[in-house]
Structures are given as C-alpha cells and as structure tokens.
Design a protein around this ligand. Structure first.
Ligand SMILES: Cc1ncc(COP(=O)(O)O)c(C=O)c1O
Length: 361
C-alpha cells in the first residue's frame, strides 16, 4: 500500500524544532509525568504489573472513556495508540477496494488519502468559510447519489476548529440510514459536553484520544467507540498489530480521565486567553480574519495578499522564529493554521511579527 507524504505532519517534523514562537501547535501544553502522577491519589501507577494487560483495553479505563459519551458499554470501546491509529483501524476494517467515501476539505489528509490508498474513491466536500466553515446539505445529497460506504468527518475540524452544525449532522444521519452508510467522526478535539455521532446513530463511530485537550500526546493513548460487532472485528485485527495498549499507558490514561474536569478546565483557560489575544489583535489587523472556535485548539487564519502560504510560513520562521503550518499543507491557500495553545506572551509577540511581515511584503 502506497501513501503520499502527509503534508501537515511532514511540515511539523521538518520545522517545529526551529520555532521560537510556535503559533500552530494543536495540543494544550503537555503535562509532565510528575504532574500526572500527582493526581494518582490511589497510588495505582506504582502497582502496575508490566504484563500485556487487558488485551482489549483495561476495563477501568473503558468505563472512564464511556463517561465522555451518552450510550454504550465496555464492549463498545477499544483502545489504540492515539486517535490516528484508531482512525486507521476503523478504515482498514471497514473499507474494501472500490468503496465510495465522503470527507470534507480543508481537512485532515488521512481522511482522503488513506481511503484512496485502500482502493476507495473519495469525494471531498467543501467547508465554506463564509458560512463559518460549514458544509452544505445539498453537496452531501448530491454526493450520496453514489452509494457510499463511509462518511468521515473531523468534529471539531482540523484546521478550522469548527464543529459541524446540528442540522447538517441530523440530515447526514438520515441519508446514511437510507444506505447503511457508516459515519466515522474523529472527535480528538471534542468537548465531551457536545454530542458525539456515536451516540446519535447505530453505525456512528467516534475516535478520540488524550493528546489534544487532555495535554498527553506523549502517552499515545486513544480509543474507538462504535457498535459491538465492529469493535469485535477491530479487536481481532489488533491481534496482528499492537495486541494491547499495555498497562502502563492504560493506567496513566485512567488517572488522567479520572481527573478530566481539571484537565479540561486547564484547556479552557489556555484557549480562552488565546482567544482574547487574537480578538484584540484582529481589531487592528485588517489584513487578517478568522472564524474563531468556541472550544478547540486550532483555527484557520485568512490573510490578504499574494504571498504563497509556504513562502510566508518559511520566511516568518527563518527571519523571526514564528512558526505556522501553511494553508498549502491543507491544500488551501491564503491561510495559516493558528492554534489557541500558546503562552500568552508568545502569542502576542508572534501575532505582532506576523503583522509586521504582512505590511512589509
Ligand atoms: C484530526 C486529527 N486526528 C488525529 C490526530 C492525531 O491524534 P493522536 O495524537 O491521538 O494520534 C491529529 C493530530 O494533529 C488530528 O489533527
């Protein structure tokens, strides 16, 4: 199976370490092991036995994951090494050559190129910036005239940070029911107070992880929630790849999820501080605009002018140490992925350097 270069991930790999002002990181600043273990009041971590652990995922951690949803039981959940691997497991389990898949752009490249690499045909529906990055129901109705095996969304979406609106989700589920279409929703940026497609539709699948809003990307811990028969099939495939996520990650994930309110509050404070700085900056920056999300770590900033986004991002990095992922990595020019995770002073400084650059060029 051949896969093209994953543009956004390669950009991060190539340039992230040169960043002085990183204005594009999708994760709330990571916790240290010490900070996480300070939440381990019961001393669970010290008693971890380093066998394979529960093969289909530790029961205690699955019960904590279930609290992020409205429905399901422990057989509705399996664990993965991050959300990305969860997505891969779902696509590999469901898709066969010739299957039609619908996804959205700008979006995360894995959702178009991975199904293509599996031999599927992919329709990418636009998200409309002038409609707050929403998709159109009529585009979906048109695309679903072709029998569709799977719809893949990322809700909230990377790079826009915006949630799909309820009316669209309702219509999408109606259309999916008519054909028995599966819906995979990558909910790695989801606020658990918001609906999950896996609670709304019996062929709805949610993937998530502790990487973004829970500040623990280094744990490489994620999950899949879906109907029992699909989870069972995924568990059977896991025997060929990871066997289990292991008791070390399972226990640390359990400790994190037991303390999710604290972690989510921390995330909210970081996002809110960044939102305010961005809103203030925009008041005096006519060359830029952005649809700011309520509660997500990313947004997609539009800038005026003719400079290609890769050139702009590289110039800013080399001259001033300000780091963005260019829109070109999402196949969408005149945009930069602007995160809401930076230290406030870094955000202010980086935005001011962006302004100077835009007005000099
Ligand atoms: C939409 C989306 N899904 C998954 C991932 C990766 O998540 P994880 O670290 O849990 O594998 C990312 C990371 O940027 C992402 O943006």
């Amino acid at each position: 199976m051949k896969l093209p270069k994953f543009e956004v991930e390669q950009w991060m790999t190539d340039y992230e370490n040169d960043a002085v002002c990183n204005l594009t990181d999708t994760c709330i600043p990571a916790l240290t092991v010490k900070e996480l273990l300070a939440m381990d009041e019961a001393g669970d971590f010290q008693n971890v036995r380093l066998d394979y652990g529960a093969i289909t995922g530790d029961l205690r951690v699955k019960e904590e994951i279930l609290k992020l949803y409205q429905s399901g039981d422990s057989d509705s959940i399996t664990t993965s090494q991050g959300c990305l691997q969860g997505n891969e497991m779902v696509m590999e389990t469901l898709l066969e050559p010739g299957d039609h898949v619908i996804t959205f752009k700008p979006g995360y490249q894995a959702f178009s190129d991975y199904p293509r690499a599996l031999g599927g045909t992919v329709t990418e529906l636009p998200l409309y910036e002038d409609d707050n990055w929403q998709p159109s129901v009529s585009d979906l109705e048109e695309a679903m005239k072709q029998k569709t095996k799977l719809i893949i969304l990322n809700d909230p979406n990377n790079p826009t940070g915006i949630r799909f609106n309820d009316a669209f989700i309702t219509r999408m589920i109606e259309l999916a029911k008519e054909q028995g279409t599966w819906i995979l929703s990558d909910e790695v940026y989801r606020d658990p107070a918001c609906p999950s497609v896996s609670d709304l539709y019996d062929r709805g699948i949610s993937t998530g992880s502790l990487s973004k809003m829970y500040s623990l990307a280094g744990l490489r811990f994620g999950w899949i929630k879906g109907p029992h028969d699909l989870i069972q099939k995924i568990n059977e495939r896991r025997d060929y790849s990871i066997i289990s996520t292991g008791p070390l990650a399972d226990t640390l994930a359990y400790i994190a999820l037991k303390n999710k309110e604290r972690l989510l509050e921390r995330a909210e404070n970081v996002i809110q501080a960044n939102r305010e700085i961005i809103q203030d900056w925009l008041k005096n920056e006519p060359a830029c605009s952005v649809v700011l999300p309520e509660f997500c770590t990313v947004s997609f900033l539009k800038y005026e002018g003719d400079i290609p986004s890769k050139q702009l991002a590289l110039d800013l990095l080399k001259k001033h140490g300000v780091f963005f992922v260019p829109g070109a990595c999402f196949f969408h020019e005149n945009h930069l992925r602007l995160s809401l995770t930076a230290d406030p002073e870094v955000m202010k400084q980086g935005l001011s350097l962006l302004s100077s650059y835009l007005h000099q060029n």
